[in-house]
Design a protein around this ligand. Structure first.
Ligand SMILES: Cc1cc2nc3c(=O)[nH]c(=O)nc-3n(C[C@H](O)[C@H](O)[C@H](O)COP(=O)(O)O)c2cc1C
Length: 193
């Protein structure tokens, strides 16, 4: 049986962002974990405008090529890790917009949050994302909160401390444990839909 696909989603899209460095570090740990097929997904690659579909995503009647491409990509994920910055005490708008484009593609899959920011380490960003997970029945598998106060990203490479490394591995274990039960739950949702 193929291992579950863990998609690590880079939420920030601005030039000069640090998100890809943190996501690349987590992807390395996920590959070393051994329990997943790992995909790095960059929201910036999808050119998503502000939500421009006429139908609720629940209907899955997509009309735009960018939505169909985004849907096909996220459908392939069995689990997610959202790598999100803190902007004005919440997570960033590009992440919310990308989430809102889809519905079924997210449901009954485990998801972790790697949030980052200043002294608050992106914790407010993570807290704001959790009710969105609940609305979509994404199972929150845990958080890793990354402080940027000592500038741990240098030349595009993230240099974590040991506490973050063990927190990342604990999150990967939680996600891996949640996947089998949710795959079963998802197949039941399909047959009863
Ligand atoms: C619009 C904006 C708002 C921000 N607001 C916060 C904030 O509320 N709390 C915080 O800790 N950092 C805040 N920051 C700092 C970001 O956490 C930091 O710039 C981080 O690198 C942003 O992630 P990114 O580089 O991947 O875009 C903000 C940055 C931006 C651009």
């Amino acid at each position: 049986m193929r291992p579950p696909v863990l998609q690590i989603i880079i939420g920030s899209t601005r030039p000069g962002r640090v998100g890809p460095a943190i996501a690349a570090w987590f992807a390395g740990r996920a590959k070393a974990h051994g329990g997943f097929e790992v995909e790095l997904i960059d929201i910036a690659d999808f050119g998503l405008p502000l939500l421009d579909e006429p139908n609720h995503p629940m209907a899955r009647k997509y009309t735009k090529d960018h939505t169909m491409r985004w849907s096909a990509t996220i459908s392939n994920g069995d689990a997610f890790a959202f790598v999100v910055p803190e902007y004005n005490h919440s997570f960033n708008a590009a992440t919310k917009n990308a989430i809102d484009f889809l519905y079924h593609e997210w449901r009954f899959k485990p998801a972790g949050i790697l949030s980052y920011g200043g002294a608050a380490m992106g914790t407010r960003s993570a807290q704001a994302l959790k009710p969105v997970f609940a609305a979509l029945k994404l199972l929150h598998a845990g958080d890793v909160s990354v402080p940027l106060v000592n500038n741990p990203v240098k030349d595009g490479v993230f240099h974590p401390n040991e506490i973050l490394a063990s927190a990342a591995d604990a999150l990967l274990d939680e996600i891996a444990m949640s996947v089998p039960a949710l795959i079963e739950r998802r197949s039941r949702a399909k047959t009863t839909a």
